[in-house]
Write a protein that binds this ligand. Structure first.
Ligand SMILES: [Zn+2]
Length: 434
């Protein structure tokens, strides 16, 4: 056991911002050059700041949990921060870009450029042996698909807005609200859920007959993930809306495994077969029952039911449908993984909305810039999760998300990155995950 006094000493000696950069460079040694080489469509005379300055600054806005562009300027516009940023980017930096300059850059930047940076990051991570043991059945990488709302407006915001009629229950008045939603694909590695793909749920134009929706966005996102990771063994996880024929077909074509929440009403024939067979010959292990090879259309599906006690002591029944064969050995694992989908909702999106990144805060009204702000949050979140889960000091001293962001902000504002530190960055380190 380490004494409290010693813990304080270790904490006091730790330059959190430097450690953050060290972990960033450890996993992504070419990250700065990726930030530098994004296709830049600004007019030559407006290029006072290089792309990597703007992009790293915006990533740090998220890392430091600064809500608005103005608060970022208030907190970061000081000499030591500017020196430290220049040091880690290896450039001469005299001032920070104004937030209008940043937004003008993000208005013109193609979101695909940020997507490419994220793909580079995920591919680097997938090469690491330290993450290998998180594969499902020793083979498949779990990827959760889930959608959420980002912005709601009372008036039309742009031609891509989703529209919903809303009736006030008391007055009976109806009005139309305008929204932007997003579908995320997140890679599950232990306690970390890392963004691997983003699809904005948006109408192509104002006069589309049928609006865009989560499933349609899924078809586009699945195609992109297959293109970016053609040979990656994947098991996709999702709620019961995904338990549908077109999704099964995509998984067959792409040779993907799936594990979805299943509701009895969703596909009645499968639900009926399951309840009939499970009482006769279903395999049962404690509170888990499963039936393999239930015929559905031209394929066979497997159904798994688990009863889990929640924190209040209530028993909750979970039903899953999968194309992974359920066995005595993997039944419990599949149940746990299936339930981990709640992470993205309860921890993932809640954390991104309310605790650390404020993804519902409008940093720019320009739709393209909004997308880029969102993607920069996802990139920052990958770095933050690697930092939180990989830095050994956080195993000694537990810190909340807010406290970690404050420590990082305090460090960049009060501790100088020295030439000696920069030399240290080139040396290999070991990062272990719990
Ligand atoms: Zn809009």
């Amino acid at each position: 056991m380490i004494k409290r006094k010693d813990k304080r000493k270790i904490e006091g000696n730790t330059n959190y911002f430097f450690e953050f950069i060290r972990i960033k460079d450890h996993f992504f040694k070419n990250m700065n050059s990726w930030l530098k080489k994004v296709a830049d469509h600004r007019h030559q005379s407006y290029k006072k700041y290089e792309p990597e300055v703007i992009l790293l600054l915006m990533i740090l806005k998220n890392v430091f949990s600064l809500k608005s562009m103005r608060s970022m300027t208030d907190e970061l516009n000081q000499d030591l921060v500017i020196d430290n940023l220049g040091k880690v980017l290896d450039i001469d930096l005299e001032e920070l870009p104004h937030y209008d300059t940043i937004n003008n850059f993000l208005k013109k930047l193609s979101p695909e450029e940020l997507g490419k940076i994220r793909t580079y990051m995920i591919k680097e991570l997938l090469k690491k042996r330290s993450l290998e043991h998180y594969r499902i059945n020793g083979k498949y990488w779990g990827i959760i698909f889930d959608g959420t709302g980002l912005f709601t407006f009372d008036e039309k915001h742009c031609e891509h807005c989703l529209r919903r009629k809303y009736t006030n229950n008391e007055t009976g008045e109806t009005k139309i609200i305008y929204m932007h939603h997003v579908l995320e694909a997140k890679l599950v590695v232990g306690d970390m859920v890392l963004s691997i793909g983003t699809e904005f749920i948006e109408n192509e134009s104002e006069d589309v007959e049928k609006q865009d929706c989560e499933l349609k966005a899924f078809y586009r996102l699945a195609e992109r993930i297959k293109k970016d990771y053609p040979r990656l063994p994947i098991c996709i996880l999702g709620d019961s809306i995904y338990a549908a024929e077109p999704v099964f077909q995509i998984c067959d074509n792409y040779k993907w495994k799936y594990l979805f929440r299943f509701k009895e009403g969703r596909i009645k024939s499968i639900a009926g077969e399951f309840s009939k067979i499970k009482t006769l010959e279903g395999k049962c292990e404690e509170e888990i029952t499963w039936v393999n090879e239930i015929s559905y259309n031209n394929r066979e599906v497997n159904v798994l039911e688990g009863v889990v006690e929640n924190k209040k002591g209530e028993k909750i029944t979970y039903l899953f449908i999968t194309n992974i064969r359920v066995t005595k050995r993997n039944a419990m694992i599949l149940l746990t993984i299936g339930r981990s989908r709640w992470k993205i909702e309860n921890e993932g999106f809640n954390n991104q909305k309310n605790i650390r990144y404020y993804i519902e805060h409008v940093n720019s009204h320009n739709y393209n810039a909004m997308k880029n702000h969102y993607l920069l949050t996802q990139i920052a979140d990958i770095l933050v999760q690697l930092f939180e889960n990989g830095l050994s000091i956080f195993r000694l001293v537990k810190k909340t998300a807010k406290e970690i962001s404050s420590k990082l902000l305090e460090a960049i504002r009060t501790r100088m990155i020295t030439d000696e530190d920069i030399l240290q960055l080139a040396k290999p380190i070991q990062v272990r995950f719990a």
